[in-house]
Each structure stands twice: as structure tokens, then as C-alpha cells.
Design a protein around this ligand. Structure first.
Ligand code: ASP
Length: 329
């Protein structure tokens, strides 16, 4: 029986499954085998939305050195937060329509602990502030001025998040003030990352400057646990990119992890996630969403509304940029 069907039928935890399979194997072989002979192999791997090669390479470096999945995803997405040529994440992200650069991020570990910051200004690494929220406070989400104040208290330094390029583009944009969610054009490309470490534990992180020229105060799916990111160490993890409002309406990442719990592969779950969204948006073609998922065995999958979404995968067998199938061709 396939493992995922087994989980569905029995409702057993991974630990339960493993000990059951060890017992079964011992019985049939009629001898005690070392545990390693019966455990499914752990496949350390890092994946992220879009083709963020440097970020996944960094995450892989952490995993390969024996680091935790949590450190890998934080270190990985920080690469994009620091890259000022990437105008959708961290420093150099595009502003809202009033000229505020506001960042959103979250992080989640193997034990279901999570932290998030929304509408954070003047701090270049929101994912690390989110991790501090998770580890240093009894809370999960900090917003706006409070999040910024907390970041300073934790030693983060104040930075101007505008670059010459984003300031120029903003001045240009103000001439027409036209807001468009252009499909696959870089006005909204979040990095969501998932990783499995050498212990087989899963963690995830997601960080973005949100949609360019959004209404001031708007927060998307990316920092919302369950929407832009969700991890369940018994099952797998999922993350999203694209028009956050639609992802929130289906609690997309949580939905995908639950679909995997019920027996779907990461690929099947991502497809079902997009189909649920399209059901609520019949005939609408003017937005993009991409989902990415990984299960406990390290299998990955992705699906999107329109062609163009890819995800980068990095493991000991190398790395590749995977083009995913889409709802519309
Ligand atoms: N999901 C992000 C948001 O809605 C944007 C993106 O992924 O492109 O803010």
C-alpha cells in the first residue's frame, strides 16, 4: 500500500508509520534489521518559488553542512531580501502607491512554531524579524510601527529601502498612477522557500514587498500563515506566489498540505489548489498564482494559473529550474 494511502486510512503519524513499518519488516524477515534498513531515505532538499538560484544555493549550503531546515530557509530567502536588483523582495522592493516600501514575511518550523511581520518599513530583512517574533515573543504576527520598533529592540538597523531605480520607477508611475497585476511581469514575485534537512525535518519561509503600487496598508498572503506558507512536519509544506487576495480566500498553502495529508502528491495537491481558486473566479484570466509543495519524502510539485511560473530545486543531485504546468495554456 502506498504510504500516502496508508496515512489517509490509518490517520497515523509519521512516527507511528515508521515504527509500524519497522515491525512489519522485522516480522517478514524474521530477524532484527538495523533501523536504517527500514526507514524511508531522507532526502535533504531546498525549493523556492521562481528561479531564485542564489537563494536556493545558499539554503543548500546550509543543509549540506548539516544545518537545520529552519536556518536554511531563513538564510536562503535573506539572499533575495539583500539583492537590490530584485525589486519584489526586501531592500529595493517597489513601494505602495503613496511611496512607502512595506515588507511582509513569515517563517514556520517543524514544530508548527511560526512568526510573521506585516507592513514592516525601514528594515531590510523581514524574515529574520519574523523569526525573532517566533522565538522571542509569545506572539505570531507583529505589524507596522510595532514590528519596526521590535526590530530595533532586537538589533536590526534602520535602512532606506528605496534604491535609485525603484525611486525613479515610482516617480514615473505617479504620472499615470495605474495599478495593474501584470501576469508574470515582475511587479509581484515573492520568494517562498521550503526545505528538508538531514534529520528529515521541514521548515518554510516566505518574504515579499507585496504588489507594487498597492493601496497603502494592503497586506497580501505572503506573511499569513496558512495562506502564503504552511508547514506540517508529518506531511509536508506549501507556499504561494501571485495575487495574494485569491490565495487568502482559499487559505491556499494550508489547503495544499491538508490535501497531501489526505493522499495527494505535491503535484496533485497544487493542481487542486489552483482549481479551487479558479472555481471562485470562473472565466477570470487576469491574474497569476503559483503554488509550490513538498512532501515528507522530498517529492515536489507545482502548478499555476498561467504559464510562466517556475520553481528552483536544489538537492545533492544538483539543481534545476522546474517549469510547471498551468490551468490556462
Ligand atoms: N503574493 C504576493 C502578495 O500578494 C505577491 C507575489 O507573490 O507576487 O503580496
Amino acid at each position: 500500500m502506498k504510504r500516502r494511502k496508508f496515512l489517509k486510512n490509518s490517520g497515523l503519524t509519521t512516527a507511528g508509520f515508521l515504527s509500524t513499518s519497522i515491525l512489519a519488516s522485522c516480522k517478514t524477515e524474521n530477524k532484527i534489521e538495523p533501523e536504517s534498513a527500514t526507514l524511508p531515505p531522507i532526502r535533504p532538499v531546498a525549493v523556492c518559488t521562481w528561479n531564485f538560484l542564489n537563494a536556493t544555493a545558499k539554503a543548500w549550503e546550509v543543509l549540506d553542512a548539516g544545518g537545520s531546515a529552519l536556518d536554511a530557509v531563513e538564510q536562503g530567502v535573506r539572499v533575495e531580501e539583500a539583492d537590490v536588483t530584485n525589486e519584489t523582495v526586501g531592500k529595493g522592493g517597489r513601494p505602495d502607491r503613496d511611496g512607502n516600501v512595506t515588507l511582509d514575511a513569515c517563517i514556520m518550523d517543524k514544530d508548527g512554531n511560526c512568526g510573521s511581520v506585516v507592513y514592516l518599513q525601514n528594515i531590510a530583512h523581514p524574515v529574520s524579524v519574523a523569526r525573532k517574533v517566533m522565538e522571542e515573543t509569545p506572539h505570531i504576527i507583529l505589524a507596522g510601527k510595532g514590528a519596526e520598533q521590535f526590530a530595533y529592540e532586537q538589533g536590526f538597523k534602520k535602512e532606506d529601502l528605496f534604491t535609485e531605480s525603484t525611486r525613479k520607477q515610482y516617480e514615473e508611475w505617479k504620472k499615470t498612477s495605474k495599478y495593474e497585476t501584470t501576469i508574470n511581469i515582475e511587479n509581484h514575485d515573492t520568494i517562498g522557500m521550503l526545505a528538508i534537512d538531514k534529520n528529515g525535518d521541514i521548515a518554510g519561509a516566505c518574504t515579499t514587498s507585496g504588489m507594487a503600487y498597492k493601496v497603502a496598508g494592503r497586506v497580501g498572503d505572503s506573511p499569513i500563515i496558512g495562506a502564503g506558507l504552511f508547514v506540517d512536519n508529518e506531511v509536508g509544506g506549501a507556499t504561494a506566489t501571485g495575487v495574494g487576495e485569491e490565495v487568502i480566500r482559499t487559505v491556499g498553502s494550508f489547503l495544499i498540505v491538508e490535501l497531501m495529508r489526505q493522499g495527494m502528491s505535491p503535484q496533485e495537491a497544487c493542481e487542486e489548489g489552483v482549481k479551487r481558486i479558479m472555481k471562485k473566479n470562473e472565466g477570470r484570466e487576469d491574474f497569476q498564482i503559483g503554488f509550490l509543495a513538498i512532501n515528507k519524502q522530498g517529492e515536489t510539485g507545482g502548478y499555476c494559473v498561467h504559464p510562466g511560473f517556475t520553481y528552483r530545486e536544489y538537492s545533492e543531485s544538483g539543481h534545476e529550474n522546474n517549469t510547471v504546468k498551468s490551468f490556462y495554456s
